[in-house]
Ligand binder design. Sequence first.
Ligand code: ADP
Ligand code: MG
Length: 623
Amino acid sequence: MSDIIKLLPDAVANQIAAGEVVQRPASAVKELLENAIDAGADTISLVIKDAGKALIQVIDNGFGMSETDARLSFERHATSKITAAADLFNINTKGFRGEALASIAAIAQVELKTRVAENDLGTQILIEGSQVKEQEVCSCAKGTSFSIKNLFFNVPARRNFLKSNPVEIKHIIEEFQRVAMVHADISFGMYNNGNEVFNLKKGSFRQRIVGVFGEKINQKLVPVEENTDIVSIKGFVSKPEFAKKTRGEQYFFVNDRFIKNSYLNHAIQNAFDQLLSKDQFPSYFLKLTIDPAKIDINIHPTKTEIKFEDERSIYAIIRTAVKQALGKHNITPSLDFDQESTFNVPLMRSTDVIKAPTIKVNKDYNPFETKPASPSFQKLDNRNLTKQSSEQWESLYADFEKDTTEIITHQKENEEQQVISSAWDEEDSSTFVNAGTQALIQLHAKYILAHLKSGSLIIDQERAHTRILFEKYIQNFANGQGMTQQLLFPETIDFTSADAELMNELQSEIKQLGFDFEKMGKSSFVVSGVPVELKEQNVKKIIEGLLEQFKMNESELKLKKHENLAISMARSASIKSGKKLTEEEMKALVDELFSCEMPYSLPNGKPTTITLNLEDLNQQFDY
Ligand code: ADP
Ligand code: MG
């Protein structure tokens, strides 16, 4: 048999490599921004059209490339950043593989214009699917401009695989923010379809965070700083009172590179310890500086993981540094409130000895020392209560005793009046009758207790309402339009730049939910109508909640756009735990819940109701 193995042509090899390096427009954005930083630029602009599907352009004022380098930069494994294997252990640049440009040029139409300072004329190269189409001398500014047009034009399967524009632009903004945030000494601009999304001036890290997330974040930041032999830490955590319901703004940078690390994330969560409940997340922006020899970044180019030589020590140092910072904040909360955004004075100087945290909680306190816990109570609410703080335990316990008496009296009354005509049976849910004939009781401003012949049904008010709204919004999308209630006084809402862009991109869908709004200025919108069911609620909070949920669901659950918007909006607009409900409100809620297609759980499978079987109760009481 003759030899059959052949070396793949470069264009094919590059296209295969591109599959790994460039997964979506945002990956090309990241590579180009990083190249511009490596080129020593202090001004970088990113221009996007059609969520990067039509154009991604990065313009920098860095050192540019000679004619030969310009041509060579598109070759695979062509890099100016390392020369020997040993360099891999001392990487101070973002790039080092020499793969990005070769990959991008294999799957797009690329135009490069570049000029070095010492030449009057620069070089222009057009390259398409790895084929150089044109190379000529051109006049252009010092520095480099890469335009990537029609990404994946020759890989239709990939192009079709791209998500909708709002999703792709969200990814692009995320990459942009990650890069821009940690390089406060570089001016960054971002433009999407002609709109200016970001215009970030040089400044301190704090000013950059404010530039990216808006002025309001300034007062939420507590400075963190620590210098040890192993690692230096500098940055900010959010004050506990500003913790979020979703993991939004959590940023670790190691040697100016954005990374994800759940172990170190845990160190921070742990430092907040008793200050947050388990469904709250702190924001943080921490820059770690470590000897490059002690980390391994030689992993997959698109991944954000990193390997540390001494992860356990870093964990301990981060945890202590954050605890100390929070301790300082608690003792002297006014200090950094007064801090101007122009100053970045750390509240704490690093010390050689790491001090113990200063948060005081009496961990030995046991509220049940004198009172044995009621077993049925534990069963009732086990999941939520076991981790509650000691004070809450006690008050809930007291409440529960009160509530239980109420329940019993209600039950008696109901039985005497014989108003219950039918039993709700776990196997046959259709036999649930209209709640109108039953007394409904609210427990802990969180659950609704409905009496059944065979026991009791406990409804989680927030989840129940979320289910109801979710189905309503899915219907809206199916029918084309939700009902709008015009506001008497239209409300102007200022968004962060990223959220304003997301509003732009999701405009027609958010209108389908029932909102009516117009863009006004760079990142403000005037909302003149809201979905009818929202009534007089806080519109700003609901829209912000909607966007936040949407972003989180998109990255963590990979939901489809409509489904995501429907659940995000439902979560944001639902009646929350803690709200006292009137008898009518409870009745309406229960009625609506049981007219849902899937009343018993949320789309993520979490239950909206649980049953307390009478037999089980009897058993618990040892009858
Ligand atoms: P890497 O960044 O890993 O070296 P790339 O494929 O991204 O690989 O880039 C190849 C080379 O092209 C770089 O090493 C650098 O020399 C050059 N280059 C790329 N972008 C720029 C830029 N914006 N300015 C100057 N040189 C650049
Ligand atoms: Mg690169």
